[in-house]
Ligand binder design. Structure first.
Ligand SMILES: Cc1ncc(COP(=O)(O)O)c(C=O)c1O
Length: 381
């Protein structure tokens, strides 16, 4: 049976990438690998839309999140954490581990943060050195308004904006330099179309100044050491060779297609999914700023969201359930990276069948019709 991976990470990996990663092993200090690393460094700058070095680590995204805290702050510093979901919580947990005081800005799950509230908090406490936020809160399917948040932090020399773009980068517009994002972290297994295992972080000149004064302990995730090594087309320790080869292939393809077209593709699939949801009489979980890279859907009354997930799995379709307080209440469908129109239509068709089986009556084809109407109207990228 075929597997359709429609989860917001990991996402499908293209055959071209798989073949590239299957090449015979080469040594990470070989000139051939250094040439690849040079190309990868350029490709990452294109993807992050930055002039700065993009650091890469053999880790999952959380490693880069941890590095972002450990490299910019010191024990006793205060950070403002936007906490509107499972991944917002992670910033608080990381700060707690490192002795960073947290001013927690709680956002109702399914809502986006109000940048005015962030400004008010910063006005109230000028000692806040960093604002931590998700670009895309994967647990709720909400995009926080990063551009507006950066407007708030860019005029404050003592405060940096740290953005977890793990499920956003490569999915929709997030130009790091143009928007004045200070630290942006990402992971390989979502819109970057790679297996899990690489984490990324890029820092603005302002954030690099913070690195100079940070006294928190760090060893593997030492950003300054990593940058120095990468500038010589090396990594300080053994490189994740096969993943890096795959990354080179993906980045070349992203550059060839162009970010704009990729973002338009994801948006088109997102609009089709949202139209299908509405046509099936279902509701989005996201109340504001629904995400372009995944759709979180409220399970209809009397239907367990986890059941929807497990029943779809029996058909080979993998979507994600809800996490923590949203467990059983929602289910989530990704539309980013190497996911296409047919994958999506198959998933919507499967969803119609499963909902009927679980007792929620949907006219067969209602969601599919709505999705197809959007897909035919929105030009294919
Ligand atoms: C927004 C966000 N932040 C952080 C993470 C954690 O990343 P990882 O599991 O790669 O460490 C995820 C993974 O789903 C995510 O979506």
């Amino acid at each position: 049976m075929k597997t359709y991976l429609m989860t917001p990470g990991p996402t499908p990996v293209a055959p071209e990438t798989q073949l590239t990663m299957a090449q015979p092993m080469i040594h990470h200090r070989a000139p051939q690998f250094m040439e690849i690393l040079a190309e990868v460094r350029e490709g990452l700058k294109y993807l992050f839309q930055t002039q700065q070095e993009v650091l890469m680590f053999a880790a999952t995204g959380t490693g880069a999140m941890e590095g972002a805290v450990a490299n910019t702050l010191s024990a006793g510093d205060t950070a403002l954490v936007v906490d509107g979901g499972k991944f917002g919580e992670r910033w608080t947990e990381l700060c707690n581990v490192y002795g960073v005081k947290v001013d927690r800005l709680e956002v109702t799950w399914g809502r986006a943060v109000d940048p005015k509230e962030v400004a008010r908090r910063l006005d109230g406490n000028p000692a806040i050195k960093a604002v931590f936020v998700q670009a895309n809160e994967t647990s709720t399917g909400v995009q926080h308004p990063v551009k507006e948040l950066a407007e708030v932090t860019k005029s404050r020399p003592g405060t940096i904006l740290v953005v977890d773009a793990i499920s956003a980068l490569g999915g929709y517009e997030l130009p790091m330099d143009a928007w004045s994002i200070d630290v942006m972290v990402a992971g390989s297994q979502k819109a970057m179309m790679l297996p899990p295992g690489l984490a990324f972080a890029a820092l603005s000149p302002k954030a690099w100044e913070f690195v100079k004064t940070s006294t928190l302990p760090k060893y593997y995730f030492d950003f300054a050491k990593q940058r120095k090594s990468q500038e010589k087309n090396q990594t300080p320790y053994t490189s994740a060779v096969s993943l890096t080869l795959g990354l080179g292939e993906v980045l070349a393809r992203i550059k060839k297609v162009g970010l704009e077209k990729i973002f338009a593709h994801n948006r088109r699939l997102s609009l089709a999914t949202k139209a299908a949801v509405q046509a099936m009489g279902l509701e989005l979980y996201a109340r504001d700023y629904p995400s372009d890279v995944l759709t979180a859907i409220l399970a209809p009354a009397g239907v367990d969201g986890q059941k929807v997930v497990s029943e779809l799995r029996k058909r080979g379709i993998w979507i994600a359930g809800g996490q923590a307080q949203a467990k059983g209440k929602i289910f989530r469908i990704a539309h980013m990276g190497y996911i296409d129109e047919l994958d999506l239509l198959g998933t919507i068709g499967g969803l119609e069948a499963v909902l009927n089986e679980l007792g929620y009556k949907v006219a067969y084809g209602a969601g599919l019709k709505a999705a197809q109407e959007v897909l035919s109207k929105e030009a294919a990228a």
